[in-house]
Design a protein around this ligand. Structure first.
Ligand SMILES: C[S@@+](CC[C@H](N)C(=O)[O-])C[C@H]1O[C@@H](n2cnc3c(N)ncnc32)[C@H](O)[C@@H]1O
Length: 283
């Protein structure tokens, strides 16, 4: 796959570098400073398809966007490796920009191993995972004393589209499912078969922390109907457990659409606010 690199190594030119960077869930205010610095320093950014357009707008270098859709993920992943190989051979400083955190259901580990086969050690900068930011954006604390004493992160879709087992039921457990909204009916069936009470609260957060964020709340029994009525789509995070309603003020927990609340300060105003104004300075 990275044969270009081995040929290059044979001719002993200097390779570029690669950094896997977590872009967070979508809101540019949730990028880490490390991520922002790496993006600004890059010659080439190879971004996941789901990286928000607000974050893509911060990229001034060459940008390639992976077209990874269900059914063609393998080919798209190979294309990413080819882009990485070409950039490395050209001596570029590459940022591989991945949604959320690179090591949470993002193939980040696989990419590190693939690059390592060719003697390239990727640097990795963590990002805020949608598994944490999604629930938080909807006002759901994934742990809460007396309500949830553990949290389990699960994927709804395993390797080669296999279906992973669901975690055993525990009344004080929060389960956060990624990549599962497309098979919500099958998931709720599995949860029921697995002994989860049908009244267990379920929240779904779609496009968390973006201007299109929406949240619905229901139970294992009715969430499929609610999601279908609201036409909930990926990318979405599904939260299952009593913690879903712990901060909810509604008496009825159905269909609470919470509009996105952007943080008051944009990146631009934040950097302006951090600039020394001179006012009140002693020098
Ligand atoms: C391939 S996984 C990558 C997860 C990512 N590494 C992370 O830590 O968030 C893609 C899944 O992440 C979830 N996801 C990513 N961004 C999201 C967002 N802004 N809102 C809701 N779910 C999101 C969805 O479940 C989506 O199907």
């Amino acid at each position: 796959m990275l044969g270009v690199i081995s040929n290059h190594a044979a001719s002993s030119g200097k390779l570029g570098s690669i950094t896997l960077v977590g872009a967070g869930p979508g809101d540019p205010d949730l990028l880490t400073l490390g991520a922002l610095k790496a993006i600004h320093a890059a010659d080439l950014v190879i971004a996941d398809r789901l990286v928000s357009k607000e974050i893509l707008a911060l990229i001034k270098s060459e940008l390639k966007i992976a077209q990874k859709y269900p059914g063609c993920a393998h080919d798209a992943q190979n294309e990413i490796y080819r882009w990485c190989a070409e950039g490395l051979v050209e001596g570029k400083k590459i940022v591989r920009l991945k949604i959320g955190d690179p090591f949470v259901f993002g193939r980040g580990g696989e990419e590190v191993l693939e690059l390592r086969k060719f003697g390239v050690e990727a640097k990795v900068i963590p990002g805020i995972s949608s598994a944490l930011a999604g629930p938080l954006a909807a006002g759901i604390p994934v742990t809460h004393r007396g309500v949830a004493n553990r949290v389990v992160f699960c994927t709804g879709m395993g390797k080669e589209e296999s279906i992973p087992d669901i975690p055993a039921y525990h009344p004080e457990q929060t389960c956060v499912f990624l990549m599962a909204v497309g098979r919500l009916k099958a998931l709720t069936d599995d949860l029921t078969k697995g002994g989860y009470p049908s009244t267990t609260p379920v929240g779904i957060i779609e496009r968390a922390t973006t201007p299109h964020e929406r949240t619905i709340r229901g139970t294992i029994e009715d969430i499929v109907i609610l999601a279908s009525e609201e036409k909930i789509r990926p990318p979405s995070v599904i939260v299952v457990g009593e913690a879903v309603n712990v901060l909810s003020k509604q008496e009825k927990h159905h269909q609470t659409i919470i509009p996105f609340r952007r943080s008051a300060m944009s990146l631009e105003s934040l950097s302006k606010a951090c600039e020394p104004s001179g006012e009140g300075s002693e020098s």
